[in-house]
Design a protein around this ligand. Structure first.
Ligand code: G16
Length: 543
């Protein structure tokens, strides 16, 4: 195989965010841009002999082109085999499964997750390690350092591979295997859940609606819900993967999953609605005109895990990201298992799962998952709910309300202020950082501040420390306000305000979370001076 070494110059902006490098497609299309980042990944890894790479993406615009480039570079950098999902398609959880199942030397996943796709939208790339999970900070930092000093990259001079035809192409020194993107993942799910019970539910009048948002879960949903579980074809919507996700924003929340939300809150509301994002790792769960917060979803899955075959022996522990509500903490306390609070980002859960400390994890950002893979998993969460409903034979709303009656309710909401000029967003955060010490002990309306900090985490497995992970204002009654800058946006900065109030007395709770959290919102805006600094008077997204 002929290998070409190509001279290049470093770009200065290749710092991976919460989940890899995400930029506009036009940025990735600059000569050498993708290649520099891929070479920086390979330069960071010491590729062992006989190393195999998993490769796939969410099917967005530029996916196929990027895959051809990466195959050539993997071959030139010593990989003996590249396993690629058919058509270049692999959902993030399916890629994680393939890395683990085939014991590959990690994988490259091409996705900008829930960000829109298309020629003038976003693209992304991340490296997952051999455990199937996102690379830890020490690796992503090293990739960034390498990207700043790179001088050349290596590419094999080979023809493009036909990504649509299953089978192996043996090139001199490197084989490329195109595998079915869906089958292995569907088998994994079938082995974990009570498919007979779910099939009985879905074929017996229970109305189910799943929205793939024109993104990667479409083919997975067809294989699992239609072919294996017998759901009627009209249970699925937006299940053809398109390069621009149908022109939509594939983020499964109440704002962006509006097609589904309209149905679930309409006259013909199904019993259950769910959506997943661009790369299939996020999920939103809905009942009839009823929204389940991701934090509640995690707590309810944990409390009912014993009803699911994969967890019938029990769960060893749980973890949530810091801004996620404390609902799952209450379940863990009752079960007598550990509950870990980590910074935002799925990578922090990997160590805990590898060390056997936790079974289930979740984040307020519509991510839930377990140790079956090392990524959050949208369809897995949907199957958890279907399995629980099939056993309990209760509606989503009834299950949630019974949970609140038992544990109390962590009333929760997140307000996002998107596309703020970075300097202004930094000013908001800097102001909070400088002032929070002075608020301790002070009263604001009905709330008194107990403590404030900038969240720091010390990993209990490897001792690594992560600082500045979000500003917390903790009140004496257990309520919280958290401020954090998003690590996944590509337009300016996004400030997220997370609001949580604990209501132990479910009989008196306000059903409307926004109403219940109104005073906390006012306090958050007052303390941060966000409106004056940014000029943005309303959040762009409320979940
Ligand atoms: C990524 C990470 C998640 C994290 C989220 C936070 O999600 O995988 O673990 O919770 O980012 O996003 P932000 O920094 O914008 O709040 P995804 O689905 O984009 O890969």
């Amino acid at each position: 195989m002929q290998i070409k070494t190509i001279k290049t110059q470093a770009f200065s902006d290749q710092k991976p965010g919460t989940s890899g490098l995400r930029k506009k497609v036009s940025v990735f299309q600059q000569p050498h841009y993708l290649e520099n980042f891929v070479q920086s990944i390979f330069d960071t890894l010491i590729v062992p002999e006989n190393a195999v790479l998993t490769l796939g993406g969410d099917g967005r615009f530029y996916n196929r082109e990027a895959i051809q480039v990466i195959i050539k570079m993997a071959a030139a950098n010593g990989f003996v085999k590249v396993i690629v999902g058919q058509g270049g398609i692999l959902s993030t959880p399916a890629a994680s499964h393939i890395i683990r199942q085939h014991q590959t030397f990690g994988g490259i996943i091409l996705s900008a997750s829930h960000n829109p796709g298309g020629p003038d939208k976003d693209f992304g790339i991340k490296y997952n390690t051999a455990n199937g999970g996102p690379a830890p900070e020490k690796i992503t930092e090293a990739i960034f350092e390498n990207s700043k000093v790179i001088q050349c990259y290596k590419k094999a001079e080979i023809v493009n591979i036909d990504l649509d035809v299953l089978g192996e192409t043996v090139l001199e020194g490197c084989a490329v295997t195109i595998i079915d993107s869906v089958h292995g993942y569907a088998d994994l799910m079938e082995g974990m859940f009570d498919f007979a019970a779910i099939r009985a539910l879905l074929t017996d009048g229970f109305q189910f609606k799943f929205d793939a948002m024109h993104a990667v879960t479409g083919p997975y949903a067809k294989a699992i819900f239609l072919d294996r579980l017998g759901a009627p074809a009209d249970s699925l919507m937006n299940c053809e993967v398109t390069e621009d996700f149908g022109g939509g924003h594939p983020d499964p929340n109440l704002t962006y999953a509006h097609d589904l939300v309209d149905i679930v809150y309409g006259m013909q509301a199904p019993d259950f609605g769910a959506a997943s994002d661009g790369d299939g790792d996020r999920n939103m769960i809905l009942g009839k005109a009823f929204f389940v917060t991701p934090s509640d979803s995690l707590a309810i899955i944990a409390a009912n895990a014993h009803l699911i075959p994969a967890y019938k022996q029990g769960i060893v522990g749980v973890a949530r990201s810091m801004p996620t509500s404390g609902a799952v903490d209450r379940v863990a306390a009752k079960m007598g298992i550990d509950c870990y609070e980590t910074p935002t980002g799925w990578k922090f859960f990997g160590n805990l799962m590898d060390a056997g400390k936790v079974t289930l994890c979740g984040e307020e950002s519509f991510g839930t998952g377990s140790n079956h893979v090392r990524e959050k998993d949208g369809l897995w969460a949907v199957l958890c709910w279907l399995n629980i409903i099939a056993v309990r034979k209760q509606s989503v709303e009834k299950i949630v309300k019974a949970h609140w009656a038992e544990y109390g309710r962590n009333v929760y909401s997140r307000h996002d202020y998107e596309a703020i000029p970075t300097v202004k967003a930094d000013r908001v955060i800097a102001r909070l950082r400088h002032q929070f010490d002075t608020w301790i002990g002070q009263g604001f309306g009905n709330y008194q501040v107990k403590a404030c900090d900038d969240f720091a985490y010390s990993d209990p497995v490897d001792g690594s420390v992560s600082v500045s992970q979000g500003i917390r204002i903790l009140f004496t009654d257990g309520s919280r306000i958290v401020f954090r800058l998003s690590g996944t946006g590509t337009r300016g900065a996004t400030i997220r305000i997370y609001l949580e109030a604990y209501d132990p007395d479910v009989a008196n709770h306000h059903l409307d979370a926004q109403q219940a959290l109104k005073e906390l919102v006012d306090i958050a805006l007052r303390l941060s001076d966000l409106i004056a600094i940014t000029g943005q008077t309303q959040p762009t997204v409320i979940t």
